[in-house]
Design a protein around this ligand. Structure first.
Ligand SMILES: Cc1ncc(COP(=O)(O)O)c(C=O)c1O
Length: 306
């Protein structure tokens, strides 16, 4: 085991705040073997005065939906999960931007595939977090791994095991010297980044793949669709071909971790003139204000921790 300074003081596990290094699970844990967990990624933004959680209730709702799809029961009510997240952040006394990772996992110690619903643990981890992707623009590649289809695994749910698909695609991209992977579905449509939804702009119209194309229904994706109207743009949901990606004027990735990050190159081809484009830049600037509670209209999306 690596002995490094823990990134935070406490982790919430099954009702208790434990010291970071004491939050452990058994090696026989079902979720460790079979990927039977559901999780979320939520950002908290430090404004200098308070820590603001962005779209907390939407993330909690999605986590409960993920659990419903997997067929496990989160051992707490929504409100209790919300309170536990706030409690964890307060205990850690964060005064910087953070990433919050609630995870519910099948904790039974059994070799069988059966899920025994009462054996579900819930952990809440929060760590200081900066930029996830290079903010000046991402060099992306289309991965050879295809996005798993929702007739095979329920990709609308954030289930641990499904992320092996993303891990493989990202590993491939990184090992080939790129910052991020774009995944096509089995039919050759570009549907997602490894941990982000994808948007392209062509001839002043923004496009993003529809939910039925086996994507995660991203909360940032929804935010982008709503903010686009504020900058005078509409977003059309439609399948996106590889050629449309290679000839897009702008491409950006949207996700809680990635926020809104421009893609400046795909497979060695510059996107537009190879610099972040005006639509992406406007949306990213507006998004940065919204998440920090600086836009009155969207104050409903931020939850203060302190
Ligand atoms: C595969 C995948 N797609 C899209 C997203 C973006 O979702 P959100 O904006 O809700 O973070 C994520 C991140 O959670 C993801 O892992």
């Amino acid at each position: 085991m690596l002995r490094v300074k823990p990134p935070a003081k406490y982790i919430w596990l099954d009702g208790k705040l434990l010291n970071w290094s004491d939050a452990k699970v058994h090696v026989m844990t079902h979720a460790l073997h079979y990927g039977t967990s559901v999780f979320e990624g939520i950002r908290g933004y430090w404004t200098g005065e308070n820590l603001l959680l962005f779209r907390l209730d939407d993330h909690i709702d999605r986590m409960f939906n993920s659990a419903k799809i997997l067929g496990i029961k989160i051992p707490l009510q929504r409100e209790e999960v919300r309170n536990a997240i706030v409690e964890t952040l307060r205990a850690n006394e964060f005064k910087e931007d953070v990433y919050v990772r609630p995870i519910a996992f099948v904790s039974s110690q059994t070799i069988t595939l059966d899920i025994k619903s009462p054996d579900v643990s819930l952990a809440i981890i929060a760590v200081p977090f900066g930029k996830y992707l290079p903010p000046g623009g991402v060099r992306a590649t289309i991965a050879s791994w295809r996005r798993v289809h929702n007739t095979m695994l329920p990709v609308m749910a954030k289930i641990g095991g499904i992320y092996v698909n993303s891990v493989l695609a990202r590993l491939e991209a990184r090992s080939r010297g790129y910052d991020e992977a774009l995944l096509m579905d089995a039919w050759g449509y570009v549907v997602e980044g490894s941990g982000e939804n994808v948007f392209i702009a062509r001839k002043n119209i923004i496009y993003t793949p529809p939910v039925y194309q086996s994507i995660l229904e991203g909360i940032t994706r929804d935010t982008v669709i709503k903010l686009a109207g504020d900058i005078g743009m509409q977003v059309a949901e439609k399948p996106i071909t590889r050629e449309e990606v290679y000839t897009a004027d702008e491409i950006f990735l949207a996700g809680t971790a990635a926020e809104i990050t421009p893609v400046i190159e795909v497979d060695g081809r510059p996107v537009g003139d190879g610099r972040p484009g005006p639509i992406t830049t406007k949306l990213a600037e507006l998004y940065a204000k919204v998440v920090r509670g600086r836009v009155e209209k969207y104050l409903k999306w931020v939850v203060p921790v302190y």
